[in-house]
Design a protein around this ligand. Sequence first.
Ligand code: SF4
Ligand code: SF4
Length: 153
Amino acid sequence: MGIGIIGMKPVAGGAIRNVSASIRFTLSRGVDVSIPGMDSIEEVDENALAGETPQKITDEELVKLEEEKELWGGKFCRRCGYCTPCPEGLNIPFLLLIEAYYSRYGLKEWALSRLKTLGKKYDDCIACGECLEKCPYELPIPDLMKKSGKIVI
Ligand code: SF4
Ligand code: SF4
């Protein structure tokens, strides 16, 4: 239909280590523009190179990407918000984002300051399971809440 496709979060918010392969993978699957986040000039250069001269994905890279998919596919929140609203008032995507900032991006102070602004936190999840049916990625949200509550302290 002549409609362009934007590939969001091609490196899973910084979780994926094989960045170049991941970007090239999306571009080789019909994505027109891949939009990873970047926080340094080096990353801009690296990502631009992956898009500018897209080389074929090797079998070895595919295996590594598959391993990363297994690692993150079941626990990485895409922040789509389909799981909301939570009947207990938890801001599920934001709580999971705070945990990512705390444990993956080295922004502990920022994460804690944002957590303080929320009325409902990880421990307020009563594991009712309502969100489980709504998450298209089948994330184990109550478990993630419990784990996040132990990590972000
Ligand atoms: S399981 Fe927890 S996060 Fe999910 S809807 Fe119920 S209370 Fe909210
Ligand atoms: S539906 Fe799943 S992926 Fe989307 S925001 Fe909720 S927990 Fe995250």
